[in-house]
Design a protein around this ligand. Structure first.
Ligand SMILES: NC(=O)c1ccc[n+]([C@@H]2O[C@H](COP(=O)([O-])OP(=O)(O)OC[C@H]3O[C@@H](n4cnc5c(N)ncnc54)[C@H](O)[C@@H]3O)[C@@H](O)[C@H]2O)c1
Length: 369
């Protein structure tokens, strides 16, 4: 194993305050003989000073360019347009990518020859261990955010999730009972809402039916989803097909059938959204109204809880980064490679962008003849 240089940039996405590694995780990387460059102030929002990183053995650098000159850049959110100019052949990038919803980013990675490994597609024993920590946080947040958006002061219908004596609780519909959906359901139930969970996976519905995470379960069939959406005060979107664009589970027609001031929180927006009327919003301007329904579709929900989220992310990313530094082809990184040497290598991402070069197809950038 040769010593590598690892760069940790300050996140530039709107209101994104997370940092990929904590000082403790940086110390583990340094202890393995690698150099770690941390951009000044990268950890401030998460509660870590430059001094904390220095004490852990990192070198502090002022400019993003210097961090991105490292062999391996490890970060939190998908690179923003202002960062595409820092891509280069030979760079390894380890971060959330969500390429199915990011055609420009995908094209830039392919064109520049960056080896891009995504947290959200890394699989281990059927789970998504680098997506799960942020899904847990986003799911918990979705219940709190949805409850708040329902207040009249936020532009919602003025419905309190838990109801009151003689007044039935609000109806919450959770689409996709994976990690994010389960946590959203638990949060909403904790506030005494009536929660229905929808999924395509019958085993998952069976498990939640038995463990009482939800009041009711429903298999994901369009007509049945429509009936539940019509009655819902709050819909949380959390359906995922790893690597692929999110399936449209709630159509525009279904949203139009909801009562005025109802709320949708589409967490799946980072993969394109599972609610047809959802479009990405920012933490600066998180909501908009469509068909009288308040939409919250922020693509970096955990970014507003940087202390908890950075610690949780770092705990998951740190050990996998060590594996990546040791041997990117080795165990522990299954499914993470999205783009290698100018070609898309993840099957679901390749299927989303059939016109870009991919491993199993012809190199479409090569002129014919
Ligand atoms: N917006 C944010 O800030 C944020 C943060 C974290 C995670 N997320 C996103 O939340 C989404 C869910 O992540 P997760 O970790 O919970 O995924 P997960 O794999 O744990 O769960 C996804 C669930 O969706 C179900 N599903 C798939 N197709 C469906 C369909 N047609 N109808 C109903 N259910 C369907 C799957 O069976 C699975 O149970 C992802 O897109 C993830 O990237 C967003």
């Amino acid at each position: 194993m040769s010593a590598r240089t690892v760069g940790i940039p300050t996140e530039v996405k709107d209101h994104e305050e997370r940092v990929a590694l904590t000082p403790a995780a940086v110390a583990s990387v340094v202890a393995r003989g690698h150099r770690v460059l941390v951009q000044s102030a990268a950890g401030i929002g998460a509660g870590f000073s430059d001094g904390d990183f220095k004490d852990a053995g990192a070198e502090l650098v002022g400019d993003a360019e210097d961090v991105w000159a490292a062999d391996v850049v490890v970060k939190v959110k998908e690179p923003q347009r202002s960062e595409y100019g820092l891509f280069r052949d030979g760079l390894t990038l380890f971060t959330y990518l969500h390429l199915a919803a990011e055609p420009e980013l995908t094209e830039a990675l392919v064109r520049t020859g960056v080896d891009a490994y995504a947290y959200e597609t890394l699989t281990d024993r059927g789970l998504l261990p680098l997506l799960a920590p942020m899904s847990e946080i986003a799911g918990r947040a979705a219940a709190i955010i949805g409850a708040n958006q329902l207040s009249a002061a936020s532009g919602g219908s003025g419905t309190l999730l838990g109801g009151a004596a003689g007044v039935p609780p609000a109806k919450v519909l959770v689409i996709g009972l994976g990690v994010a959906g389960t946590m959203a359901a638990r949060g909403a139930r904790g506030l005494d809402a009536h929660v229905t969970g929808i999924d395509v996976d019958l085993q998952r519905l069976y498990d939640h039916h038995l463990d009482g995470t939800v009041d009711a379960t429903q298999i994901s069939e369009a007509a049945l989803v429509a009936a539940h959406v019509r009655e819902a005060d709050l819909v949380v979107g959390a359906a995922l097909v790893p690597g692929a664009r999110a399936p449209t589970v709630v159509t525009e027609e279904m949203v139009a059938s909801m009562r005025p001031g109802a709320v949708v929180v589409d967490l799946a927006i980072d993969q394109g959204g599972c609610i047809e009327t959802a479009r990405p919003t920012t933490l600066s301007e998180p909501t908009y109204t469509a068909h009288g329904v308040l939409h919250y579709c922020v693509t970096n929900v955990p970014g507003q809880f940087p202390r908890t989220a950075s610690a949780a992310l770092s705990a998951a990313v740190g050990p996998r980064l060590l594996r990546l530094l040791d041997d990117p082809e080795g165990p522990g990184l299954t499914g993470a490679a999205n783009v290698l040497g100018g070609r898309i290598v993840h099957p679901a991402v390749a299927a989303t962008f059939p016109d870009l070069p991919h491993r199993d197809g012809p190199d479409t950038t090569t002129p014919e003849g």
